[in-house]
Ligand binder design. Structure first.
Ligand code: OSB
Ligand code: MG
Length: 374
């Protein structure tokens, strides 16, 4: 596989409904889409960076800069025997995993398309359907939260996650438990607390949650280990797990019992497989996280979720909760049993509506001129 052409697009896509976490609210998704071409075959990678450095330190502008100035010159015109060789080829660049992942995932799509096999098979996955969970943002009122949970349970989602923050934590959990009983329920704090809140967070132990996701700050692995010793509820780390080696430290120190894998956060599919395999070897269940992706990134998430240690329902939900229309046609749909079919066509296996991509495009760059002449 040789990446002969690399194109970047910055897209803006309105969300069906605003999404609110402890770090802010968004109404529309702004993201970078990477396209790579080799001899008539095309691959796509959706970047999970956002407009602001609030979930992670990367932003769309840093991604544009790092891909244009440092990643493109290292991949264009290079012969890669396998897409797993892309991440190591970027080793000189420290951090910037979301930028690296977008290019690496496009290379995987290209590779699988050239071999005419679904991405799931190239990644080593086996399932043909995955269990779907849903992430419900912070709501303006408890009544609206209840209405949202009711709707998602009726749709068939296999796990409900609610976002929490100081001032919106015990009451929403208590309300949902009182109204819906023993449903599979978890919370995600997106790093909104500190160890000083440990006594308060321990109140959540009364509600039999599947896990609490990222209660403490994005670089507080050590504090999570202290908190986990006090909590009965398993801690799941998201923001903290920026690399496989941080995951090793987190598991060794007892900072978490579950890990959320987002390929964009740890540098792509090859690193995700490494993380998945490490967790399997240490009895750490994993699930696939979501970053409000369009159908393109969402399809990639589906394929990766087919690996065996993805044993818990992930944040990989139907397109229509986020974008209507989506960039792909048909959209990703969930069956009444709460599962989603994994596309079976080559690569990502979804049909991209170029007219909709065009309409959503704010700017483009063709980086092909950076190809080395050597
Ligand atoms: O913490 O998992 C998160 C969305 C944006 C940024 C971070 C997170 C999320 C979600 C939504 O929880 C997951 C989704 O439905 O895509
Ligand atoms: Mg999270």
């Amino acid at each position: 596989m040789r990446i002969e052409r690399l194109e970047l697009r910055l897209l803006r896509l309105p969300l069906v409904k605003f999404f609110e976490t402890s770090f802010g609210r968004i109404d529309e998704k702004h993201f970078v889409l990477v396209r790579v071409d080799d001899d008539g075959a095309t691959g796509y990678g959706e970047c999970v960076a956002e407009l602001d450095p609030y979930y992670s330190s990367e932003t769309n502008d840093t991604v544009w800069h790092i891909i244009s100035d440092f990643i493109a010159p290292r991949v264009l015109g290079v012969d890669f025997a396998h897409p797993r060789d892309v991440f190591p080829a970027l080793k000189a660049i420290r951090g910037h995993n979301m930028a690296k992942a977008a290019v690496e995932m496009a290379a995987w799509d290209l590779f699988a398309r050239q071999r005419a096999e679904p991405l799931s098979r190239a990644l080593g996955g086996a399932r043909d359907r995955i269990a779907s969970g849903v992430s419900i943002g912070i709501q303006p009122s408890l009544d609206e939260l209840v209405a949202n949970v009711e709707r998602e349970l009726a749709a068939g989602y296999r796990r409900i996650k609610i976002k929490i923050k100081p001032g919106w934590d015990i009451a929403p959990v208590e309300t949902v438990r009182a109204r819906f009983g023993a449903i599979p329920l978890m919370v995600d704090a997106n790093a909104a607390y500190t160890l000083a809140d440990a006594d308060h967070l321990m109140k959540l132990d009364a509600f039999g949650l599947m896990m609490i996701e990222q209660p403490l700050d994005y670089d507080d692995v050590g504090d999570h280990a202290v908190l986990q010793r006090r909590l009965k509820t398993p801690i799941c780390l998201d923001e903290s797990i920026k690399t496989v080696s941080i995951a090793r430290e987190a598991v060794a120190s007892g900072a978490c019992r579950i890990i959320n894998i987002k390929p964009g956060r740890i540098g792509g599919f090859a690193e995700s497989i490494r993380l998945h395999d490490f967790c399997a070897a240490h009895d750490i269940p994993v699930w696939h996280g979501g970053m409000l992706e369009s159908g393109i990134g969402r399809a990639g998430n589906l394929h990766l979720s087919t690996l065996p240690n993805f044993s818990l329902p992930g944040d990989v939900a139907a397109s229509r909760r986020y974008f209507d229309p989506d960039l792909i046609e048909p959209p990703i749909e969930m069956a009444a049993d709460g599962t989603i079919a994994v596309p079976t066509g080559p690569g990502l296996g979804v049909a991209i509506r170029q007219d909709r991509v065009e309409k959503a495009t704010l700017k483009t760059a063709d980086l092909s001129m950076l190809k080395s002449r050597g």
